[in-house]
Design a binder for this molecule. Structure first.
Ligand code: FES
Length: 92
């Protein structure tokens, strides 16, 4: 499904970015340009991104201390700061 019509970014593109190690929405935006024009897709893009983070085992609670305190054991080096607690989105 296309999430961002302005830049033709699909849910698959977002999941692929997370699988490759992106853990920060702003970095996702830098890579894909999602939600960087009209921003109508912002909520949907964040939902897909957060869901992909959860699947990747990233709890999103590190608040910038990923390298030293992440307990998700995803095996990937974080590429940035996760600024939202994904658990809030999914009620975990
Ligand atoms: S639909 Fe994504 S920026 Fe416009």
């Amino acid at each position: 499904m296309i999430v961002c019509l302005c830049h033709r970014v699909s849910d698959r593109d977002i999941r692929r970015s997370v699988e490759s190690g992106v853990r920060n929405f702003e970095i996702l935006q830098d890579e894909t340009r999602v939600a960087s024009a009209c921003a109508c897709c912002l909520d949907c893009a964040r939902e897909v991104f957060d869901e992909a983070l959860m699947k990747a085992g990233c709890a999103g609670r590190c608040e910038g201390a990923c390298a030293s305190s992440c307990a998700s054991a995803c095996g990937k080096a974080c590429t940035g700061v996760v600024v939202r607690a994904t658990a809030q989105v999914f009620g975990a």
